[in-house]
Design a protein around this ligand. Structure first.
Ligand code: PLP
Length: 443
């Protein structure tokens, strides 16, 4: 094969694989808690010429010419973000949640400082991980990381023990510079209100990582981090908030210069302008439809959790009604572990992810086959599924994992269920199928 043919074969193959993926996801139960399906409006925004331009800096103060329309779009995204989060300062330039977190570390900490955050089995994200784990806080910003005391009955941070930990750290000369609320396994609002007065009196910065729950916060159905005492909130714009992949920082005027500089020039040069346009569109959708969307997500998660418990699954967070977010987490150690179960479900076109759960590291479990499975209902809710579908999904999981019924038959049932919900809801425009493969090349 000459190079042209070699290249052309790969070129076609990539498109074939993309189409196959679209078909598969249109037939699958997509339950990964950090994903979503954006509207056709968001998709339209991100295939525009914005994708190939540069606009380093802040609107009106750019490093490049040609930004007349780019600036206006970014200012609209900021305006919408301020309304959505009731905030003085919004920065839509971080190209990912990780970039947003790293920018906050850049603004509020110095290498060698100490932070407190959740350990990974208790819900912590790798961006606030220790150096030994390759975590962004430790390995990139050089921060020392202590972990919140966690109550796995409550599935939440222990307020009194956290205060005691900080008192102890003070005595040892290791007072934390910042405390990071939020996480990736996130069933219940964190006790920010309860801890904020103490932390403020100690002059400790409060960061809230809302990556997962950003859409619920935007819809007013989770906690209100800035109102409850956080100095800054970060988030991803593609999890419960169904926009393009990206990050956002939300805060107060008093920190805006410091935070802006920490984004550019410290952590971003160009900031993916097509995704800025996509964020503006997604923010507008959330402002118009987000309240109902967030309500429906939480109602569905609670319904699914209850139905799974009734079927005999070990659902975490029982003491507090299983969940107040988009997530449902089950302990599947007795079924072979999260790694085994994740693969078993994938064979039936049910897409979930394995997850470390509280106690996993202490009992010697590994991320490859942890104790839990984490599910999120935000994507299927966006497609219009409701309480009766949550019952149906609980039954499907029961038949797959507990009754070990034939995977092909289950796959067929999943496909039929998904086919009934093919359009994105909670959007201004929704004519195309949610997973339609949109072809641009002309034949
Ligand atoms: C997903 C996630 C992030 C990282 O966001 P990306 O947009 O994937 O970079 C940060 N924090 C938490 C808690 C997350 O779950």
């Amino acid at each position: 094969m000459d190079e042209y043919e070699f290249a052309k074969e790969r070129y076609e193959r990539v498109f074939n694989l993309l189409e196959e993926h679209h078909k598969w996801f249109s037939e699958a139960l997509t339950l990964i808690a950090s994903e979503n399906v954006p509207s056709e409006a968001v998709k339209e925004a991100i295939v525009t010429d914005f994708m190939s331009r540069y606009a380093e800096g802040w609107p009106g103060d750019r490093v490049y010419a040609g930004c007349k329309y780019i600036d206006e779009v970014e200012l609209i995204a900021i305006e919408l973000g301020k309304k959505l989060f009731d905030a003085e300062h919004v920065d839509v330039r971080p190209i990912a949640g990780v970039t947003a977190n790293l920018s906050v570390y850049t603004a509020f900490t110095e290498p060698g400082d100490t932070i407190i955050s959740l350990a990974i089995p208790n819900g912590g994200h790798i961006t606030y991980g220790k150096k030994e784990l390759g975590g962004t806080a430790g390995a990139v910003r050089g921060l020392n990381v202590e972990n919140f005391p966690f109550d796995s009955e409550e599935m939440n941070i222990d307020v009194d023990k956290t205060k005691a930990l900080i008192e102890k750290m003070k005595k040892e000369g290791k007072k934390p510079k910042m405390v990071v609320f939020g996480g990736s396994l996130f069933l219940f609002p964190h006790p920010l209100k309860e801890l904020a007065p103490y932390l403020k009196a100690e002059d400790i910065y409060i960061m809230y990582d809302g990556a997962h729950v950003l859409g619920l916060i935007a819809g007013g159905e989770f906690q209100k981090p800035l109102e409850e005492g956080a100095d800054v909130m970060t988030g991803s714009t593609h999890k419960t908030l169904p926009g393009p992949q990206g990050g956002v920082i939300v805060s107060f005027d008093k920190y805006s210069e410091k935070l802006k500089n920490a984004v550019f020039p410290s952590n971003v040069s160009n900031h993916h302008l097509h995704h800025v346009a996509g964020k503006a569109i997604a923010f507008a959708e959330m402002l118009a439809f987000g309240k109902q969307y967030a309500k429906d997500i939480i109602r569905n998660a609670q319904k699914l959790a209850g139905a799974l418990a009734e079927k005999g699954f070990k659902v975490l967070g029982e003491k507090n009604g299983y969940t107040k977010s988009h997530q449902v987490v089950i302990d599947v150690w007795h079924l072979g572990g999260g790694g085994v179960v994740e693969k078993e479900l994938e064979q039936a076109n049910i897409i979930v992810n394995r997850n470390l759960i509280p106690g996993d590291i202490k009992s010697g479990k590994h991320f490859k086959n942890p104790g839990g499975i984490r599910m999120g209902v935000q994507e299927i809710t966006r497609l219009g599924m409701g309480p009766s579908e949550m019952d149906e999904i609980a039954d499907i999981l029961y038949r797959t994992l507990l009754k070990k019924e034939d995977k092909e038959a289950i796959k067929k049932r999943v496909k039929e269920l998904k086919a009934r919900f093919s359009k994105v809801r909670y959007a201004f425009d929704s004519k195309r199928d949610a997973y339609e493969y949109i072809k641009i090349r002309l034949k």
